[in-house]
Structure formats: C-alpha cells, structure tokens
Design a protein around this ligand. Sequence first.
Ligand code: AMP
Length: 352
Amino acid sequence: MSALAAAKLGYRCHVFAPEPDSPGMQVAAARTVAPYEDAAALAAFAAAVDVVTFEFENVPAATLDVLEPLVPCRPGVQALRIGQDRILEKRFAESAGLQVAPWREVATRADLDAAVAALGLPAVLKTTRLGYDGRGQAVLRAPEDLDAAWARLAPRPLVLEAFIPFERELSAIAARGADGALVTFAATENRHARHILDLSIAPAPVPEGIAAAARAHVARLAESLGLVGLLALEMFLLPDGRLLANEMAPRPHNSGHWTMDACLCGQFEMHVRAVAGLPLPDPGQHHDAVMKNLVGPDLFGRWAALAAQPGVALHLYGKAEAREGRKLGHATRLLPGGAVAAAANPALLAPG
Ligand code: AMP
C-alpha cells in the first residue's frame, strides 16, 4: 500500500523481501528477493535506491545496521529496535513522560514468581519480541496458570504486565518529516476478536480531551525519537480517563487503514511524503469511518458481498494463502462527519 501511494506521487518503489510473492512486489517497479542477512544483496539494493523505509517491524535491526551507512533509512534503526522489543518500548514511553501498565522483566521462573507477587493477578505474560496479534502471550488469572504459561513462553525473554481493566483501546498515528513538521491522524478506537484487530472506528467516540491527549502522546514519542516517518501508538483508556501506552510501531498501522479512504492524505501517502521529504499536509479527513479486517479464512469469505456494497471501500492484499488468522484484506465504510459520535453503537456501522 506504501508502494501504491508512492506511485501516485510519481515515485518508483524497489521492494526487498525474502518472499518472492509478497504483496508489495506485485505493485513495485523493482524487486530483490533475498534474505535480510544477505549483505551483498543489501549493498546492491542500497546502491539502487534514494531512501529506504520499511512497512513491518520484523525486518531485523541488523539489516538496517548494514543499510544505514549506505543510504538514508527513514525511520532509522533506533526506532525499529525500540518497536521490536516490549521492554525497550516501555522504558522509552516512560522516559518520554507517558504512563504504561505496571510491568516487570521476567528472565527466570523465580522472576515470574516475584513479578506476580509484586503486580498481583490477573496479569499478562508476554514475550518481549516478535509477539503480535496476541501471539506470544498468556493471561494469568490464578497461581495455577503460571507453570503452563512459563512452559509455553519460556525460555524467551518475557515481561509481566498488570492486567488493565480498560474501558476502550485507542490508537493514534503521527507523521514526522525530516524538518520536524508533525501531523497526527484522528484518534481511533480499536476492537479485537480472538486477539486480532477486528474493527477500527474513527474518530474514536471519546471526549475531545481524551482524543487530543491520544494524539499528543504519539506526537511526543515521535518527537522524542526524532523519527522521520510514521509512528503508531496503541493505548488503553482507563475508566478514570487516563491513557496508558501499550505498543508502538514505527510504520503504517492496521488501525490507520481507514485513513486511505477517509482522508485526502492517508497514512501510506503520509509515510511516503515523510520519507521522501515532501510537505506533510493536514490529513484532510472528509468522512467518519469504520474499518473491518478480513481475516482468513472465515471473514475473507465476505469479500464478494462487500464488493457489492455502496459506501464501502474494499482492499484485498493479494496474499497467496488464506491461512487461519491471517489478515487478507479490509473494508471501510465511509460515513458523514459526526455519524460515529451520534451512533449508540458505532460497531453496528461496520461493513458486513
Ligand atoms: P498486544 O500484543 O500487547 O497489543 O496485546 C494484544 C491485546 O491483548 C491488546 O490489544 C489487549 O486487548 C490485550 N492486552 C494486552 N495487554 C494487556 C493488559 N496488560 N491488560 C489487559 N489486556 C491486555
């Protein structure tokens, strides 16, 4: 989707990925299929492009270490490293003045007992790296749950978080340019099904002050990082109105997919503009939006019906296989401004 946004601005994208049929390659002007560790392929790639960016954070940080001396990388390796590690994320958010759920680092079984004693139950045990969509985590409700969770998740580095009885989950996205210009998109409410993002509702139906705070938080993180590109921040909204930072990602984010259709300049174009050094305009949001993910294989089956619905923008990613739990597309219903705030249950506005 970044390559499509880049093409709209007259740029040609060169995609580097280990998989020969990645969706980006289907729409790119040039492609390199090579492992992320292939130094010769990386050097040739760096020589062929003006600037490097990435769309997901499982690119090894070592790959950017190789590229950074050769070609501008935006965002840089520091943002990638932080986004890959929950403990670095929490420390960084705290150092920037944001609140996070109480947490403890867990390296040994004894650490887990000590962390549970400190934070209480329920609590959530998570791998610090390569966890997404609820993979690599376990909710601990009773002392009996500890052994099974430890057996499943150890020996990887872990973190225990207090269980947060949040009222809603929100996210916000900031774009920052090399000149320090910064814009944010409307705060979004996210609802999950089976630990995978199901719906994003924009603007989030929350009081103005909370939405503004969500945007200010992600802007502060982008500034503290000196980031050039996009930063997404997922947050928990507590019943008392406080926002706790959960996860951050220095890239376009699934909870911002609605911006492609509901804004004049959506997140992918904003990403391309930031890394290419173009001006960053106000997003120009012209509709409210409710986005539904099409997760394989069940929800993907709805695509044909969605394609027939007026007022719904359909995106299918061209992934080769409709595997269980895989995001294969999304659909966004566009609504007049104010429709989300006026709805008793905005989830009912989802395409379906
Ligand atoms: P994460 O991978 O950290 O985004 O977690 C996936 C989902 O699990 C979140 O979107 C929440 O719905 C839930 N979750 C994660 N951490 C906590 C927590 N500390 N307390 C309550 N729910 C959580």
